[in-house]
Ligand binder design. Structure first.
Ligand code: PSV
Ligand code: MN
Length: 397
C-alpha cells in the first residue's frame, strides 16, 4: 500500500477511550490510588482531551452512566463542556452489575424488582444518550449463575431476549446497540451472554440496529478472534471492539502487550473484508476497554492508542496481491511470509510522518511526558480532593 493510501486509512482510524480507564481502579484484593487519577467526569474529559491532543486519533470518550452521570447532573451541559475541549461523548454504557439488587442478575434475575430496576436504568441511559448526542448504546451484562441448578437457563435467555427487543424498540433510528459477550466473571458457572454466537443471536432477535461487540479480552485461551471478526463482518454483524490484551482471562492489560501479532491479524481480517470482499467496515467502532491499575492512566491510554496505530499500519502493509496469489497457489509458506514480513516491518517512521502531516508531535508519549500535564493535574486534583474532603478513591471498584 502506498503512503497516501496508508495515511488516508490512518486518518479514518479513530479510537474511543473509556472514562473508566482514567479513574482509579483495582482488583478485589485492593486498589492503589494515584493522586492524578480522574474522579469526576470533568476530570475524565480533561484526560481524554490530553490523549486526543497528543494522538489526534481519539475524539470521543465512552461513558459509564452510573459512574459518570450522578443524579442531578446535566448531561447536555457535560457534553457541551466536553465538546469545548474537543471531546464528544461516545458509547453509553449502562451499569447492570453493581447495585445490590443485581445479586442474581439484572434482566435475567428471578427477582422482578431487579428487572424493573434495570429497565429504569435503561430509561436513564437512553435519556443521557439523547442529551449528550451519543449514537451508541453499549451493553454488557454480568448476568449469570455460580452453581449448576441455580436457575433456568432457557428462562433467563428469554428474559434477556425480551429486554433487548424492547429496548431496541426505544432506540432512535440512527442509534446502534452493541451486545458484548464474556465467557465468565463475575459469574463462574454460566454467563447469560457467554460467547459471540450468543451475542449474535441476541442481537439478531433484538433488531437491525443491534450488532456484536468483540472485547479482545473476553475469550478463552487461544480462541481465534480474527476468525470471529471475519465471520461477523461477513454477516454484517460486527459492531465494534473493546481493545485490551490478556494473558489469562479478562486482565485489562495494555493492547499488544502480550500478543501484538493477534491484534495485527484482527486488523488484517478487517482489511481483507473491505478490500477483497467489498464489505463495509467504516461503521466499526474501535474502543479501548482497559483499566490501568499500576500504569499512569493517561500515559497507558496514549501507549495503547500508539500501539493500535502501529499494528493497524503494519496490517496495511500486507501485500494483498501477493497474499492472494499465494493463497490461490496454495503456497502456504509464502502466504504466511506476507503476513510476517509486514508484521516485522518497522513503521515508526511512517507514523512519525503521518503525525507530522497533522501537526502532531512525532512521539505522543514523549509529548505528553514533556508537557506539564501530569504535574499540573496532580496538584489541582489533590487540592480539589482536600478542599471537598474527598478521598482520592473513585466509585469504580
Ligand atoms: C466487562 O468486563 C467489561 O468488559 C464491560 O465492557 C464493562 O462495561 C467494562 O468491562 C467495564 O467494567
Ligand atoms: Mn468490555
Amino acid at each position: 500500500m502506498d503512503q497516501d493510501s496508508l495515511f488516508t486509512k490512518l486518518n479514518a482510524f479513530k479510537i474511543e477511550t473509556p472514562s473508566w480507564g482514567y479513574a482509579d481502579t483495582g482488583t478485589r484484593f485492593g486498589k492503589f490510588i494515584q493522586p492524578a487519577a480522574a474522579k469526576t467526569i470533568e476530570e475524565k474529559i480533561e484526560d481524554a482531551a490530553e490523549v486526543q491532543r497528543v494522538t489526534g486519533a481519539c475524539p470521543s470518550m465512552a461513558v459509564h452512566v452510573q459512574w459518570d452521570f450522578p443524579d442531578g447532573c446535566d448531561p447536555s451541559q457535560i457534553a457541551k463542556n466536553a465538546s469545548e475541549r474537543g471531546i464528544r461523548i461516545g458509547a453509553i454504557n449502562p451499569n447492570f452489575f453493581q447495585d445490590q439488587i443485581y445479586k442474581f442478575g439484572s434482566v435475567c434475575s428471578p427477582w422482578p424488582d431487579a428487572r424493573t430496576h434495570a429497565d429504569l436504568h435503561m430509561e436513564r441511559c437512553l435519556d443521557v444518550a439523547a442529551q449528550t448526542g451519543s449514537k451508541t448504546l453499549s451493553l454488557w451484562f454480568a448476568d449469570g449463575t455460580n452453581y449448576p441448578g441455580q436457575d433456568d437457563l432457557i428462562g433467563r435467555k428469554r428474559l434477556l431476549q425480551e429486554s433487548l427487543r424492547r429496548w431496541h424498540g426505544q432506540l432512535e433510528m440512527d442509534m446502534t446497540m452493541l451486545v458484548e459477550y464474556k465467557p465468565f466473571e463475575p459469574a463462574f458457572y454460566h454467563t447469560d451472554i457467554a460467547d459471540w454466537g450468543m451475542a449474535y443471536t441476541f442481537a439478531k432477535h433484538a433488531g437491525p440496529q443491534a450488532k456484536v461487540l468483540v472485547d479482545t479480552g473476553h475469550h478463552f485461551q487461544g480462541v481465534n478472534i480474527e476468525h470471529i471478526v471475519a465471520f461477523l463482518l461477513d454477516e454484517g454483524m460486527l459492531g465494534g471492539f473493546h481493545f485490551n490484551d490478556r494473558k489469562y482471562a479478562d486482565d485489562d492489560l495494555t493492547l499488544g502487550s502480550i500478543d501484538p501479532y493477534a491484534i495485527f491479524r484482527i486488523f488484517l481480517a478487517i482489511r481483507m473484508a473491505e478490500e477483497r470482499h467489498g464489505l463495509d467496515t467504516s461503521k466499526i467502532e474501535y474502543m479501548i476497554d482497559q483499566s490501568h491499575n499500576l500504569k499512569p492512566k493517561v500515559e497507558a491510554m496514549i501507549q495503547t492508542v500508539a500501539t493500535a496505530q502501529e499494528l493497524f499500519a503494519k496490517a496495511c502493509l500486507v501485500d494483498l496481491d501477493d497474499l492472494t496469489s499465494s493463497q490461490i497457489a496454495a503456497d502456504i509458506v509464502e502466504a504466511e511470509t506476507c503476513l510476517k514480513s509486514a508484521f516485522f516491518t518497522d513503521v515508526s517512521d511512517v507514523l512519525r510522518n503521518w503525525r507530522n502531516t497533522h501537526g502532531l508531535a512525532p512521539n505522543p508519549i514523549a509529548a505528553h511526558r514533556s508537557s506539564d500535564y501530569m504535574s499540573r493535574i496532580s496538584v489541582e486534583r489533590s487540592a480539589r480532593r482536600a478542599e471537598s474532603g474527598q478521598s482520592g478513591e473513585s466509585s469504580y471498584a
